[in-house]
Design a protein around this ligand. Structure first.
Ligand code: ADP
Ligand code: MG
Length: 286
């Protein structure tokens, strides 16, 4: 295919890593049950997911399907009821005892900055917690990450309450990257941003993915960023991952959630800009 003829959105999406790239995250036969007895509530059942080095995997699914809980399992913050979660060859549960932030960076939903700390102290927080480096070294390391996230040094002393939504996301991203983790988890990173802010954030992520060689797992509802960024899409429905593949493969998968998600008005708009392999989905116009 003539690459020059591709619409901007897809030609910019990073190429997927080779199929034999090392496995970074392996989720096997995972189940998650909250509550007990008659209050028991199953969120995940027989869920499997493999993420390889260099992937940007978008995790999509309806509200309340357990996307955030799955990220928390991968981060080792919560334990599944059964099954295994392996991150960089070790059980995710060891991450918490071993300093999760050194190997996995997490951008929480809504940014979640510490409101009592200024920007630079938010970014340097994990290093500060480690307590092994002098304050000025931590400050400089945080300043590097601040600029890496596309912010000016002047922002360093601002408080979170004085930042725009887009800046909060960037500070949260800088904080997630402070320990140079090889794996980055993002929970709805573009939610609440206007289209411009969202595009800018996607550009930044793409750049960091390429320069830092990151593996990224991103929960998103934002189809524009999904198509602009994803090497892989995994769909969470019916309590497990029903399909994993390239965006073009996943769009064709026949399941009610996929029809709803990709072929609603938003989906059609996002896909209108994409090349022909996205046409021919099993769903008809309703
Ligand atoms: N610690 C918890 N205790 C009980 N229920 C929880 C807990 N965490 C999440 N849930 C429930 O699990 C389901 C999945 O939550 P979540 O992963 O946040 O969904 P989403 O896919 O929207 O991110 C929801 O019904 C939520 O209420
Ligand atoms: Mg969530």
């Amino acid at each position: 295919m003539d690459a020059g003829a591709q619409p901007a959105a897809l030609s910019q999406a990073p190429a997927p890593p080779p199929e034999d790239a090392p496995v970074v995250v392996e989720v096997r036969d995972l189940s998650t049950v909250f509550g007990e007895g008659k209050d028991a509530f199953t969120v995940h059942k027989d869920l499997n997911l493999t993420v390889r080095k260099g992937e940007i995997l978008s995790l999509v699914g309806g509200s309340g399907t357990g996307k955030t809980v799955l990220l928390r399992h991968i981060l080792g913050l919560t334990q599944p009821t059964s099954g295994t979660v392996t991150v960089l060859g070790r059980p995710a549960s060891e991450l918490t005892t071993d300093g999760a932030t050194t190997r996995v960076g997490m951008l929480f939903q809504h940014g979640a900055l510490f409101s009592a700390f200024n920007v630079i102290d938010n970014i340097g927080f994990a290093l500060q917690e480690q307590g092994t480096l002098p304050k000025d070294v931590i400050h400089d390391a945080a300043l590097v990450k601040l600029q890496m996230a596309g912010l000016k040094p002047e922002v360093a002393t601002r408080m979170p309450a004085d930042l725009s939504g887009g800046m909060i996301k960037r500070v949260a991203l800088a904080r997630a990257l402070i320990m140079d983790p090889p794996l980055l988890l993002l929970d709805e990173p573009t939610a609440g941003l206007d289209p411009n802010g969202s595009d800018e954030f996607c550009e930044l992520l793409k750049e960091l993915h390429a320069t830092l060689g990151l593996t990224v797992i991103m929960v998103t509802h934002d189809l524009d960023s999904l198509f602009a960024l994803s090497t892989t899409v995994a769909v969470l429905a019916d309590k497990h991952v029903i399909v994993t593949g390239t965006p073009a493969e996943v769009v064709r998968f026949d399941h009610p959630f996929i029809h709803h998600f990709f072929l609603g008005d938003r989906g059609r708009r996002a896909m209108a800009a994409l090349p022909p392999e996205f046409a021919g989905s099993p769903v008809k116009e309703s």
